[in-house]
Design a binder for this molecule. Structure first.
Ligand code: 13P
Ligand code: SF4
Length: 300
């Protein structure tokens, strides 16, 4: 029913719907593009529709707007924000830039437009290792997620890392003792983990990757059971793509992602709310590191 209503409104508004794997399954079912942050950033950069409805948290809608200043970008819920997106500050960035030579400020895409504007390049969880490896700089300030930063540090030798101490409250709440108890309950299962989890949780896992990489891994694995250490919204795609396989979620839901409901998507298209507005000077400063990510992340 929602799907029909949404289809009608989408035509009326010349809109495309992008949805992250963490939003409600019914919203994913109504979307034109569903994926991880990198895939959605690329889809946003390539659309020819005049309106983009971003079913995700604010930084995702902001990134779409930064890449499409001429298009209307709508968020179904204006209060859906990622708490980690604000866990770094301008003063620390300025201080380190002054104190540390040959420094690149690498900004996880899960960040406010203001933080992106202070950075040299953006990354997502699926391209962070590739992009940081390709940077000529010896020193890296990785903001805001320290867990993802540590995951990258372990895979990119020869560079010195600095952090702002940010974390995702949902992923960081998973403990290695949770993995142990899930493994005893499901001894045949493989553990699939997002790199926003703590280092000891990643070390206790069989595979660590972005949401899209987790889905691809489960699809090709010969195993039929998986313990999933990322936001449980991804189970919708896992179950769709892997019929017959079983998935046991460990991480809590992201309350902000769950604010996006089918009703809020319909309302958003009907009323044209909530439009992402960014001041052009700030958007231009944030566009540079995002475009650099799209360029470096797409290189063979
Ligand atoms: P992905 O880059 O895997 O989509 O992750 C986004 C996110 O918000 C993780 O918490
Ligand atoms: Fe932010 Fe964590 Fe929610 Fe992802 S899961 S949007 S990092 S709070």
């Amino acid at each position: 029913m929602f799907t029909e209503e949404i289809e009608k409104l989408k035509k009326r508004e010349d809109a495309v719907i992008l949805a992250h794997y963490y939003v409600d399954g019914a919203v994913q079912a109504a979307a034109d593009f569903v994926g991880d942050s990198f895939y959605l950033a690329k889809a946003a950069a390539q659309t020819d529709k005049s309106t983009i409805v971003f079913c995700g948290v604010r930084f995702m809608g902001e990134s779409a707007k930064i890449l499409n200043p001429q298009r209307r970008v709508l968020l179904p819920d204006a209060s859906a924000d990622c708490p980690m997106a604000h866990m770094a500050d301008a003063e620390q960035i300025a201080r380190l830039r002054a104190e540390v030579s040959d420094l690149a400020v690498v900004c996880y895409i899960n960040s406010s437009a203001a933080l992106k504007a202070l950075s040299d390049v953006c990354v997502t969880s699926s391209n962070a290792v590739k992009i940081v490896s390709s940077l000529p700089n010896k020193n890296i300030l990785f903001i805001p997620d320290e867990n993802l930063g540590n995951f990258v540090r372990a895979r990119v030798p020869g560079k010195t890392f600095y952090f702002s101490g940010g974390y995702c409250p949902a992923h960081a709440s998973v403990l290695s003792s949770d993995i142990e108890s899930e493994r005893s309950a499901h001894p045949a299962a493989e553990v699939l983990t997002h790199p926003e989890c703590r280092a000891d949780v990643c070390a206790a896992s069989d595979f660590v990757g972005s949401t899209a990489e987790i889905v691809a891994y489960a699809e090709q694995s010969s195993r039929s059971e998986f313990i999933v250490c990322t936001e449980p919204g991804v189970l919708y795609e896992l179950e769709r793509r892997c019929p017959g396989k079983r998935f046991y979620p460990v991480a809590p839901v992201c309350a902000d992602m769950k604010k996006i409901t089918p009703e809020s998507v319909v309302r958003c298209l009907e009323r044209g709310e909530y439009a992402v507005e960014l001041e052009e000077k700030a958007a231009a400063a944030a566009r540079r590191p995002l475009e650099r990510m799209l360029e470096l992340g797409s290189r063979k």
